[in-house]
Design a protein around this ligand. Sequence first.
Ligand SMILES: Cc1cc2nc3c(=O)[nH]c(=O)nc-3n(C[C@H](O)[C@H](O)[C@H](O)COP(=O)(O)OP(=O)(O)OC[C@H]3O[C@@H](n4cnc5c(N)ncnc54)[C@H](O)[C@@H]3O)c2cc1C
Length: 380
Amino acid sequence: MTTQHVLILGSGAAGAAATRTLASRDDVRVTLVTRTGETPYTRMLIKGIAFGPTPPEMIKLPLPQIEVIADTVLEVDTSAKQVRLTSGAQVSYDALIVATGSMPRSLPADVFGDDAGQGRVTALHSVEDALGIRKLLTGLGRPARVAIYGGGIIAAETASSLQADGHMVTLVSRSSVPGIGAFGAPVAERLAADHAAKVQTRFGRTLQHVDETESGVAITLDDGDPIVADFLLVALGTTPAAPSPWTNGIDVDDHLRAAADHVYAAGGVATHHDEALGAWRIDHWEDAAAQGAHAAQAALHDLGISDDPSTYLPRSPYMAMVYGQMISGVGYTAGTNTYLEAGEEFIVRHETDGMVVGVTGIDAVGTVYQWGQQLHGVQA
Ligand SMILES: Cc1cc2nc3c(=O)[nH]c(=O)nc-3n(C[C@H](O)[C@H](O)[C@H](O)COP(=O)(O)OP(=O)(O)OC[C@H]3O[C@@H](n4cnc5c(N)ncnc54)[C@H](O)[C@@H]3O)c2cc1C
């Protein structure tokens, strides 16, 4: 029997799920490339390191028995079907699954003063970021003054965690209703009111200038108002993190195939295109994992050794605890028309062309999760 070589780049939600789909097969050889020096971990659990006592060892990501190369990917030569790694090694493939995730959007360089780089302006995306935040919070010996810039899930969860721990939070958002892109308008409007009741809010404002010192940050908003904080958390969402030759993520079709032969992308790195939803990208753990498994099935199918997994449609759930309420969602919940259901629970349907493609809710996890398998096919 010929053994085909499937190479997977990136060991997060999508990469690990792809390895789990392939590991038990004897007709493929599977190799996973993990970043140099990084122990694969469950990214969404870094919150426990930043705001709680979780040690990094506790969020290790379990992987099946497959060949692992700990080496960062430099570039992919899709014509030669070869990947070049930072050590200089080259690895060939029959099928390639790119699952290199995303990176946090940063502030424009021109907002910073001369003394930038003191560690007082941070994202929360990696274990290193989480350890840095933990150190800042514990090193003060008093409640911290934290400015958060953003409005999505990470901004909301972080504001809530820090407020619950007695820290003083100022939440700044460009939008007057933060989080519409992440949660849809009805949930975002409820959350905006909760934020205003629990923390200082400066909605509809941007950061114009940030001066960093050894002991804190001095922020000037676009209306001239100042904010002084111990540190600034930038939570402006993510952009895809693909290796060369891709520059801005990888466009995939409804089977998660990229344009190049036998190349697939899954998770935060992938921008999807399909008839119903148009161009979309979801950067949640469960959806990235579902995409990784689907990309692996599509790769097997195109190698002629498995059935067609059919079109990928987002149905996976996410949850976020914000001010003691459980925000949950399934499917595609951004950029669609939203309708508040009339009922006892706070449930919102997200529709495209009259089709329910996602559902969000507040303290309604059971109902929201039940929608998962009914999406994309139920006429509203
Ligand atoms: C603070 C935080 C909290 C979150 N909370 C939640 C939550 O509660 N629920 C939820 O659903 N989602 C949550 N998420 C989002 C979730 O973690 C991501 O959507 C998910 O990890 C995306 O999976 P992925 O496989 O696309 O990317 P990742 O899990 O980020 O994996 C990508 C991997 O590729 C590696 N890589 C990148 N470039 C290279 C390269 N050149 N060479 C080799 N390796 C490379 C990276 O190091 C990484 O290991 C959270 C994210 C953060 C940052």
